[in-house]
Design a protein around this ligand. Sequence first.
Ligand code: FAS
Ligand code: PHB
Length: 386
Amino acid sequence: MSDETQVGIIGAGPAGLMLSHLLHRQGIASVVLERRSRDYVERRVRAGVLEQGSTDLLASSGVGERMTREGLVHDGIKLRFAGEEHRIDFRRLTGRGITVYGQQEVVKDLINQRLADGGEIWFEVEATAVEGIEDHEPSIAYHRNGEAATLDCEFVAGCDGSHGIARAALGAESFERSYPFSWLGILAKTPPTSDELIYAYHERGFALHSMRSPEISRLYLQVDAGDSMDQWPEARIWEELRLRLAERNLEPGEIMEDGITPMRSLVTEPMQRGRLFLAGDAAHIVPATGAKGMNLALADVKLLGEALTAWYRSTSADLLETYSDRCLQRVWRAEHFSAWMTALLHRDPAGDPFEHKLQLSYLRYVTTSHAAATTLAENYVGFDGG
Ligand code: FAS
Ligand code: PHB
């Protein structure tokens, strides 16, 4: 185990792994510290939708072969409400589509590539502190098998997600919003009943029908913020899904994974201080409604990888100094879209009838106006350059 490296990376999620991969391709050494086991990280079910900027990054950096082979390319989504179904045709409105490919597959592909390239990913190693970020020799304190040690670095990337330590080490301001509901998600062995994602607005609450393959469905229900899984027996989950999706032929299947995720919006500004740079959920969190989380993480590390490469190539600090500003405009656009899509599609738990009528009116507008549909489409597929 090294006790020093050029870039110390906290977190082996999409952000940390992609950054390590991009740096390696430029001959820059890094170490990834990950507090969980490899098996845990590879089995964790999360995001499912890749924007074109993300699929381009995976392909152009040489880790997109399985995604290209197994990913499901979709040209639109379906919106269901008040007994109606309307399709938003991304390809016609924007010239772009999306790819459905599970985050855990992206993570497996990146881990396999990093290890094949001799990369250092320290699993079951917890970073406990980041020190010296204002001087030129920061370090990461960490625990491994109960032993405390330190990794000396030239830069630290905080890619440790929504519950990591890096954001606090940065000591920056956070803008935050919480929601009075959560998402109950299941991964089930049942064929998707649709060839595209179905977002459903229903008086009983939001539902989403996504998928991972022609045999595996990924399904979500809006539940109250304080709900736990023991309040949701399987029969109730399937009945609510069929009701809210208006999908009588949705067949129950073996549930391979389930969980309840709180909905949260958060942005930390700035995303850097001295030699510490945040990327991904460590810097910003979005409700999953807009399918932005993983895409934002990959877009951040594309910029951070370029900035670190420029510094090591020519010691030019320009891209490093502007990293946060160049990320935040894109981040806030995704934050707004995710909050907007969440407000549009989730039933107000207070059951406000006026709000319900406003939501139905907006859904009718989005599904009948070319301008309104284009607004949803161009935000969902992502903008050029991420
Ligand atoms: P990640 O959270 O993926 O990775 C951070 C890593 O850092 C983790 O492996 C963690 O173990 C590690 N870590 C944390 N602290 C550490 C420490 N002190 N030392 C060492 N390692 C440490 N997005 C969508 O678009 N669609 C979804 O459906 C969706 N569902 C989600 C469900 C859940 C339960 C969660 C939490 C998020 C979900 N997201 C979803 C958002 C998610 O996909 C994130 O946007 C994405 O994982 C961001 O990637 P990273 O920034 O790499 O963070
Ligand atoms: C998923 O497939 O996990 C998924 C798709 C779209 C979303 C959120 C999650 O908005």
